[in-house]
Design a protein. Structure first.
Length: 446
């Protein structure tokens, strides 16, 4: 995922025209240093030292950090419940972590009177700015497998990169730059937003961090733009138990707009992680590392209704009450790509206080208050016999301002035929937050 927060120097920002090109399969090179895009005369890396990410202290019960980590999943399901309302009958994928992480970083640039409301909207009520920074750092330590970097055959299917591009005539606050680097691994880069060089700089950064698969992401910047904060997240891994392509067969999928044909992958064996209650059947599909994907099939009602009712408590209950079972899973291959244009209204609904007033006052040295003016995300996921690839892009322009009942025992053996709309939840593990939701969505038409 690549997130851009655009800050404009105009009192009223014209609606920024941003073309987002998003590849179905992409690979991000995790980078916290600068880059050379051939325009070195317009590029300057803000000089801050690099400190190590915070490692979770195993056995420690850090309530504040755990609150922030759990809040990220709470934010994920609240955001999903609001966004899915506009996708009834359609395929849908989004990345809540793509939105949560940069908003968490912006806590450090938010005026004191707005800070508590922003923390609350992120599911982090009652904790401090320092707490959420520590939580973000510890999450990145786990999610990027920083503890394994010294291994000879180090491999991580999840890549995350962050950067903030700042107008070269302005000065990014040094304390924000240092915090952004320390806790979010965010590079700070000066560019000339009055020239094409800024567009090239951001697009080259995007290309570098997607192995050349995302290009021409930005066509132009509003003339008053003074900064752009960027976040990139990419996941690609194989299933721990791959499906046999020879067993894949076409059959009917009962979609909301009518029946179509889908290609069903088959898994029929013991040792599958399975959950069932009065509302749903759930199977966990683990990847080769720590991540996994839950396939959640509603027994009645639609997949949108199910995703809208999901909560972090319910998700935790599914994890805690799953059992090892023998059964049959038929899952269609699917590939989804969508653009979410109602993200700003959803964030307002969740209580994000950065769209009104003068919330962002601590980003640049010159005391110019800023606010978010829009929010856009585009996301993609591809699931087949070998594994899953998923990524997303979020754009947040900025301008200056004047639960259900308990589980029931699973049937043995179970049979889960996903021939109607279902929900998917792709997660990776963190010590503080457990299964951290990275992507979620609905398959209405594989």
């Amino acid at each position: 995922m690549i997130l851009y927060i655009l800050l404009s120097g105009e009192t009223k920002m014209k609606k920024t025209s941003i073309v987002i090109l998003f590849a179905a399969v992409l690979f991000l090179t995790f980078s916290c240093e600068g880059f050379n895009n051939g325009n070195s005369n317009s590029i300057n890396i803000v000089d801050v030292k690099v400190n190590a990410l915070l490692a979770p202290v195993y056995g420690e019960d850090n309530t504040a950090v755990r609150t922030a980590a759990a809040g990220a999943n709470d934010f994920a399901f609240r955001l999903g419940a609001d966004l899915v309302k506009s996708s009834v009958g359609k395929n849908f994928v989004f990345s809540p972590y793509s939105v949560w992480l940069p908003l968490a970083a912006l806590v450090n640039a938010t005026d004191a009177q707005y800070k508590a409301a922003l923390l609350s909207s992120l599911g982090a009520s009652g904790i401090t700015e320092d707490d959420i920074n520590k939580a973000a750092s510890r999450m990145l330590y786990n999610l990027t497998n920083a503890q394994d970097e010294g291994e000879k055959e180090h491999y991580n299917p999840l890549k995350i990169a962050n950067a903030i591009f700042v107008e070269k005539t302005l000065t990014l606050r040094k304390d924000f730059a240092q915090t952004y680097m320390d806790f979010y691994r965010g590079s700070s880069i000066n560019v000339d937003f009055s020239s094409r060089d800024a567009v090239d700089a951001v697009n080259n950064w995007a290309s570098r961090n997607t192995d050349g698969l995302i290009t021409n992401l930005i066509e132009w910047f509003d003339p008053g733009t003074v900064a752009a904060i960027a976040n990139a997240i990419y996941f690609s891994d194989r299933w721990d138990w791959e499906f046999d392509p020879k067993m894949t067969e076409d059959d009917v999928f009962n979609g909301p707009s009518g029946n179509t044909t889908a290609s069903y992958m088959l898994r029929e064996r013991g040792g599958q992680t399975y959950y069932e209650d009065a509302r749903v059947q759930v199977v966990l599909l683990p990847f080769t590392r720590s991540a996994g994907m839950y396939i959640v099939l509603p027994k009645t009602g639609g997949a949108e209704e199910l995703l809208s009712s999901m909560t972090n408590d319910y998700f935790t209950g599914i994890q805690q009450n799953s059992v090892s079972a023998t059964g049959k899973l038929l899952l269609p291959r699917f590939s989804i790509e969508n653009k979410i244009e109602g993200l700003m209204e959803s964030l307002k609904t969740l209580g994000v206080p950065l769209f009104e007033g003068e919330p962002l006052t601590a980003l640049i040295e010159v005391p110019v208050p800023l606010l978010l003016t829009d929010a856009i995300q585009k996301a993609v996921i591809k699931v087949d016999e070998k594994g899953t690839t998923a990524a997303a892009v979020t754009v947040l322009p900025v301008a200056p301002t004047s639960g259900p009942g308990g589980p029931t025992p699973p049937p043995v053996p179970f049979e889960m035929i996903c021939n109607k709309p279902f929900v998917f939840i792709l997660y990776d593990y963190t010590y503080d937050g457990g299964a951290q939701v990275l992507f979620a969505g609905v398959v209405n038409q594989p």
